[in-house]
Ligand binder design. Structure first.
Ligand code: PBG
Length: 336
């Protein structure tokens, strides 16, 4: 028989043929839109631009409600809330305040739009005055050579309090992002004890100490005052360890696991899916978003094509759910 016997191009000949054999689908219902909700100070604007995240804003609770209506109308699966409190302290006590910004926002959102799922990020870094994701152990000289250490076990109790306060406000899914050991178990136990046995946990299982969080920290004011997060977030070089993290979270009661960031970690999205058999979420983080926005604004990329390609590739890698600042635009494009 004459070469080539197999012609891969046969099934690429028309849009209809390509549609017939397309392996991966992207739906608005799989997308999660992050929202930054700001407690604000007297006189602060309802919507504040974020220099590092073009197109994303810090929202007052009422502005967040407006956004949520648009998000729900687009068929987006969920919103993920990040709080920006008016005041911070060493323990991050604003994070579990029943009248805190997230608790108030969740009640408002669930009251107005009961159908829209609300996910909450559980962490202390936006609420601590030092910007770390847990409480500090008060040892050492605190010199640059001897920085204070984040106390894992003391932080667990506080994170569990945060999670319970979110569930009490009506959060549909609790997403711990602090990377303390044992936090999924501690949060599961506290939720069960307080009557929230049916509230699922989406664990940020493989969360890496990444350069791609820069714009978020600017948006949330959560840059660590000293040191970095490498003592608790993962080393980007480690893949087997990411699988171990995810399996531990499964043992501790996670209902879904996450890989974060997404674009440089596609191998791990697949690996976690195979190892855990749980739904896997990929977090397309702030720096990944900013890269596309800046290149598109400069005219170097077709934003729509690039974004849909990126989100589809995360689905192909194995993500069931995608958390992305592009979600609103993407849902609009998918509807057209
Ligand atoms: C809180 C948290 C961070 C992000 C999500 N939750 C910041 C961090 O760990 O420094 C980053 C999200 C993004 O970059 O879009 N711990």
């Amino acid at each position: 028989m004459a070469f080539p016997q197999t012609r891969m191009r046969r099934l690429r000949a028309s849009p209809a043929l390509r549609g017939l054999v397309r392996e991966t689908e992207l739906r608005a219902g799989q997308l999660v839109m992050p929202l930054f909700v700001s407690e604000g100070r007297p006189g602060s604007a309802a919507r504040e631009l974020i220099a590092t995240l073009p197109g994303v804003q810090r929202l007052s609770i009422s502005a967040a409600l407006q956004e949520a209506h648009e998000i729900a109308a687009l068929g987006i699966g969920a919103v993920m809330l990040f709080g920006i409190p008016a005041a911070k302290d060493p323990e991050g006590s604003g994070a579990w305040d029943e009248e805190g910004v997230i608790q108030t926002a969740v009640r408002a959102l669930k009251g107005a739009l009961p159908e829209l799922l609300v996910l909450t990020d559980v962490c202390l870094c936006e609420y601590t005055d030092h910007g770390h994701c847990g409480v500090l152990r008060d040892i050492g000289s605190h010199s640059p050579l001897d920085p204070p250490v984040v106390d894992n076990d003391a932080s667990l109790e506080l994170l569990a309090r945060v999670a319970v306060s979110h569930a009490r406000a009506g959060a549909d899914l609790i997403a711990p992002s602090d990377m303390m050991d044992g936090r999924v178990g501690a949060i599961r136990a506290a939720l069960d004890e307080e009557g929230f046995a049916d509230t699922p946990i989406l664990a940020y299982s493989a969360k890496f100490a990444s350069a791609f969080y820069g714009p978020f920290r600017e948006a949330a004011g959560s840059t660590p005052a000293f040191g970095d997060r490498r003592g608790y977030q993962m080393d980007p070089a480690n893949g087997r360890e990411a699988v171990r993290e995810a399996l531990l979270d499964v043992q501790e009661g996670a209902d879904m696991v996450m890989v974060k960031p997404a674009l440089a970690y596609g191998d791990l999205i697949g690996a976690l899916k195979r190892a855990t058999r749980l739904p896997v979420a990929a977090y397309n983080v702030s720096g990944e978003y900013a890269m596309v926005k800046v290149a598109a604004a400069a005219g170097y990329l077709d934003e729509r094509a690039a974004v849909l390609e990126i989100l589809t590739s995360l689905r192909r890698a194995g993500a069931d759910t995608i958390i992305s600042y592009h979600s609103k635009d993407a849902a609009q494009w998918l509807a057209e």
